[in-house]
Design a binder for this molecule. Structure first.
Ligand SMILES: *Cc1c(COP(=O)(O)O)cnc(C)c1O
Length: 422
């Protein structure tokens, strides 16, 4: 590896002026956020690889003049611990560099905190917000509960109904909340078209980009204003961390930053350091889990116990063509529906029979997980994607981890056998 001098501004990975070819995802994930000023000591040669964990509530001022001098109360400057320190700044900058077109990134103690703060920041009492009907359940609860309590009217929409979408806008519609693929039912929607319609109507588009991450879907380049992520999932990657982020355009981020400060949103430097560690291997993990998930999904599609596989990477899945058109990657998370004849007890035998799959919420970790789900009580407009065999109506969601895919398939094979033993 050649030595590269870094200036104090730091290199912007992927935008290096003397290299013609844009750098690949794996290279960028290694390089981002490693500014020399965060990895070295003043007046000393050399540096360390990772930004150290800067634990701090108090940021000291050099003298009374410095304190009186109006140092900026904002990220990237020593002011007070709630503005973070170099460990958090390095993570935020790394995420900004990975999201093409983003001006900046804010960190939150969870993905839900990122979504709630973002939507609160973008709406005022009297406004309306359109939110996708297949949103992550807590997102729906934020719209129907928190925002409503603040005088914002939430309106659910079907993300697959492009023709009906423009008619939903009124002169009070301020924001649109998208998620693609949708939580649980995994439909990929036409984000560029929906975001363009929102923009025509003067509304700000927020995308929950947790599934694809910016490596799989460049949200801002596809017309969104803000891309939020649960870093708990792919970025953390090891099921030991809760965190969220919002990255976006300068205009949107200015509002979200103000609200994040009102609400005192801050993450610990220890957690930021863990997230940075996870980020370095995210492209490798995503590549592996996408390939394994595709193999498992193909295998499931041929099982008589399965009526439909809801996996964006699979031909025939709802929005697969849009996934091919817009996305540059996938991940390990997808769902399937048990065929007619299965009942709740059978589904429990399946879950208990899958030994390599932990039963638990969350996803995107190195280990595979399985959870049962039923979208009907969650989705308000449409339970399942149109045109599929909904069989027994019993859903199962898998998060495929880094195990050998053959072992996962053998494990599921045994689990189906256990399911059949009533
Ligand atoms: C998990 C998840 C969130 C929430 O993230 P937390 O970090 O658990 O608060 C948001 N959106 C999606 C799609 C998720 O799966």
């Amino acid at each position: 590896m050649g030595r590269r001098p870094r200036n104090s501004e730091g290199d912007r990975a992927g935008r290096v002026s003397d290299s013609v070819k844009p750098r690949g995802d794996a290279t960028r994930a290694v390089e981002v956020g490693r500014k020399r000023q965060w990895t070295s000591l003043p007046d000393q040669a050399g540096s360390v690889v990772n930004p150290p964990v800067w634990r701090a509530s108090t940021h000291l001022y050099d003298d009374a003049d410095d304190h009186a001098g109006g140092r900026p109360n904002e990220d990237g400057h020593f002011f007070y611990g709630r503005r973070g320190g170099p460990t958090q700044w390095a993570l935020a900058e790394a995420l900004t560099e990975l999201e093409p077109g983003a001006d900046s990134t804010l960190l939150f103690p969870s993905g839900v905190a990122a979504i709630a703060t973002t939507l609160l920041a973008l709406t005022r009492p009297g406004d309306e917000i359109l939110f996708t009907d297949n949103a992550y359940e807590p997102t729906r609860n934020i719209a129907m509960g928190l925002l409503k309590a603040h005088g914002v009217s939430p309106v659910a929409f079907d993300p697959l109904d492009l023709d009906g979408f423009p008619a939903l806008f009124t002169d009070r519609t301020r924001a649109v909340m998208l998620e693609s693929p949708g939580s649980l039912t995994m439909e990929v929607c036409d984000v560029p078209a929906l975001a363009a319609i929102a923009r025509e109507h003067g509304a700000t588009t927020v995308l929950d980009n947790t599934w694809a991450s910016p490596l799989g879907f460049a949200a801002i380049e596809h017309g969104c204003d803000v891309s939020v992520m649960s870093l708990t999932k792919h970025v953390g990657g090891h099921s030991d961390l809760m965190m969220g982020s919002a990255s976006g355009t300068a205009r949107a981020m200015a509002r979200i930053r103000r609200h994040a400060q009102f609400l005192g949103q801050v993450v610990s430097p220890d957690d930021a350091s863990l997230a940075l560690r996870g980020l370095r291997t995210m492209p490798l993990r995503l590549g592996r889990s996408t390939a394994s998930a595709t193999a498992v999904a193909r295998w499931l599609a041929d099982r008589k116990e399965v009526s439909a596989v809801l996996c964006p990477m699979l031909p025939g899945a709802t929005g697969h063509e849009l996934w091919l058109r817009d996305f540059t990657g996938g991940c390990g998370l997808f769902s399937f529906i048990l065929a007619d004849g299965a009942d709740e007890a059978a589904r429990r035998r399946l879950l208990d029979g899958a030994e390599l799959f932990g039963i638990g919420f969350s996803w995107g970790g190195f280990e595979s997980l399985v959870t049962p789900f039923d979208p009907a009580p969650i989705h308000g407009l449409r339970a399942w994607p149109p045109g599929i065999d909904t069989g027994s109506g019993l859903g199962v969601r898998l998060s495929i981890g880094l195990e050998d895919p053959d072992d996962l398939i053998a494990d599921l094979d045994a689990a189906f056998a256990a399911m059949g033993r009533a």
